[in-house]
Design a protein. Structure first.
Length: 210
C-alpha cells in the first residue's frame, strides 16, 4: 500500500466543482428545514387551540411572528454548524489549496463483511503478512456488482481538506473474488466499539479476522 499527494487533475477539479450547491439548492435546503422547525415551534399553539381553548387571531399573529423569526435563526445555526452555508467556499478552497490524496493498493486476498445497517458492504484486504486494510461504503457496492471491486490493484482518491471526501475509485487490476464472507457487525459490537470503520489499517493477518 502506498499513499501519495498530488495536485488535482482537470477531471477531478471538474468533479469537485459539480459538488457545489446551486442557489436553488441552497434555497430548497433552507426552505425544507425552515418549514420543519416552524411546524415544531407552532405545534404547541395549534394543539392548545384545537383541544384546550380557542386562541384569538390577534394572539396567534403576535405569537407566530416571533416564532417564525426564531425558526429562521435556528435553521441558520443548524446549517452553519453542519457546514452547509459555507460548503461552496470549502469546495473552492479545496480546489485552490488542497491536494488529491491517492491511496494505491495491491492485494491477493480479500474477505467480505456483510452490510451493517445502511453503511454498505465491508471488505478486508491483505496488505502484508501482518496488515489488513478495511474498506466500507455504499460506493463499493456498485463497483462490486460490475465485478470491478474487489480488485487486485486499485486507487482511492480523496480530498485533502474538505472532510476527506471520496473523489474516485480506479480499478487497475483484475476482479478478485472474496475468499470468505463474514457476518454483519451486531448492535452489541457497535455499542462495545468492537467494529471496524472505513479506512482502518489493522495490524493483524487477514486470516485472524472473524
Amino acid at each position: 500500500m502506498k499513499k501519495i499527494e498530488r495536485p488535482y487533475n482537470p477531471e477531478e477539479i471538474k468533479l469537485l466543482k459539480s459538488r457545489k450547491n446551486s442557489l436553488w439548492e441552497h434555497f430548497e435546503n433552507f426552505g425544507k428545514k425552515w418549514i420543519l422547525i416552524t411546524l415544531i415551534l407552532l405545534a404547541p399553539l395549534l394543539i392548545y387551540d384545537k383541544f384546550v381553548s380557542k386562541v384569538s387571531s390577534n394572539t396567534q399573529l403576535l405569537t407566530s411572528i416571533p416564532l417564525l423569526i426564531i425558526s429562521i435563526g435556528i435553521v441558520i445555526y443548524w446549517m452553519r454548524k453542519n457546514g452547509e452555508i459555507g460548503w461552496n467556499k470549502k469546495v473552492d478552497n479545496e480546489i485552490k489549496n488542497g491536494k488529491a490524496q491517492v491511496l494505491k493498493i495491491k492485494t491477493d486476498k480479500v474477505y467480505k463483511r456483510k452490510e451493517t445497517f445502511d453503511l454498505g458492504s465491508g471488505f478486508y484486504l491483505k496488505i502484508s503478512e501482518n496488515e489488513t486494510l478495511f474498506l466500507q461504503g455504499q460506493y463499493f457496492d456498485e463497483l462490486q456488482y460490475l465485478r470491478k471491486f474487489p480488485n487486485t490493484e486499485f486507487e482511492i482518491v480523496r480530498t485533502e481538506l474538505t472532510f476527506n471526501e471520496l473523489i474516485d475509485i480506479k480499478p487497475l487490476g483484475q476482479y478478485l473474488k472474496p475468499e470468505k464472507k463474514l457476518k454483519s457487525f451486531t448492535k452489541e459490537q457497535f455499542e462495545n466499539n468492537e467494529v471496524h470503520y472505513d479506512g482502518d489499517l489493522l495490524k493483524i493477518p487477514i486470516e485472524q479476522i472473524k
